[in-house]
Design a protein around this ligand. Structure first.
Ligand code: ADP
Ligand code: ZN
Length: 297
């Protein structure tokens, strides 16, 4: 029997079955269209298997409060067809097995903390810089949550004095996501990031914004490892730029060797590559199974 994992994204759903060691037996990608089109395909894939439990990491915002009437829903997403969509309920009706649900970045953070770049550490921060900016934090081995899941992509950061682009976030314009996500890069420079690889100024500015955000996350959360993923971070030249800028911003204040001597092993790409989220889903499934066993004792 396998665990099921869903990484529900704005452009595609990745569905996989595997075990809690991150070994994936089979995975497929399904285009994200309207729920009526996408969800039957998702359910059909998993129907081929006999599953022990399922883990779902979803684009959001999502309702992860188990006591809430709308638990498991995608909430105020700009993707209108999915607004208020009962994702967990739909899966639960098709599969009467334990299900654990969280954001896509939280699932990725859990995957990286359990089997990836932060394996063996009790805390880490996973940040994706892609269509949006999102982050998940593992603290004391558990995903950090409170009123809801953190929304670290929307923090306000000082603007670069030479940057005149107003920002793309519909809520805050020039928040981190509004200034540094893939669509902001495209709007500011008139081309997609992938076509701007050799433009030094583009990546200097991008690293400036990401480093400012990391400085704040480091000071507030003190993670043992920072993992940067998502489409924009495929520009590998960003890593040394970000590492140098974080070091400069901290300016020796944190006298910790992780930052002062070995920052290249502190701010790193995902150890699981593009599988962080889907692997995290398998770990969520395992957690769901454990919780249900406990509840039945
Ligand atoms: P999503 O965030 O939708 O899950 P991605 O993480 O792939 O998907 O992010 C997509 C965004 O990242 C787009 O804005 C795209 O332009 C940008 N992007 C994707 N690949 C690259 C690349 N190699 N270099 C720079 N930007 C990229
Ligand atoms: Zn915002």
């Amino acid at each position: 029997m396998y665990y099921g994992s869903i990484e529900a994204g704005g452009t595609k759903f990745v569905c996989a079955v595997g075990n809690d060691q991150g070994d994936i037996q089979e995975a497929i990608q399904i285009k994200t269209e309207a729920p009526e089109v996408t969800m039957p395909k998702v359910i059909n894939f998993f129907k081929q298997y006999s599953l022990k439990a399922m883990g779902i990491g979803s684009f959001g915002p999502v309702d992860i409060d188990k006591g809430s009437r709308t638990y498991g829903n995608i909430t105020s997403t700009p993707k209108l067809a999915w607004r208020d969509y009962p994702l967990v309920q739909t899966i639960q009706e098709a599969f009467p097995i334990p299900i654990e649900f969280n954001t896509d970045v939280n699932a990725a953070a859990l995957g990286e903390a359990t089997l990836g770049a932060a394996k063996g550490l009790d805390s880490c921060l996973y940040i994706t810089v892609g269509t949006g900016v999102g982050a998940g934090a593992v603290v004391h081995g558990e995903l950090l949550s409170g009123l809801s899941h953190p929304e670290m992509g929307h923090i306000l950061i000082p603007r670069h004095p030479k940057d005149t682009y107003e920002g793309k976030c519909p809520y805050h314009k020039g928040c981190l996501e509004g200034l540094a996500a893939g669509p902001a890069i495209e709007a500011r420079w008139g081309q997609k990031g992938v076509a701007l690889s050799d433009r030094k100024d583009v990546w200097e500015l991008e690293a400036f914004y990401i480093a400012e955000a990391l400085m704040q996350y480091i000071l507030i959360l003190s993670p043992r490892k920072i993992i940067l993923g998502g489409g924009v971070m495929k520009q590998k030249q960003l890593f040394p730029l970000i590492q140098d800028k974080v070091k400069a911003l901290l300016n020796g204040y944190l006298a910790l060797p992780e930052v002062t001597e070995a920052i290249e092993s502190y701010i790193v790409p995902p150890g699981l590559g593009d599988h962080a989220g889907i692997t995290g889903g398998l770990i969520l499934a395992k957690q769901a199974e454990r919780a249900s066993e406990k509840a039945n004792i």
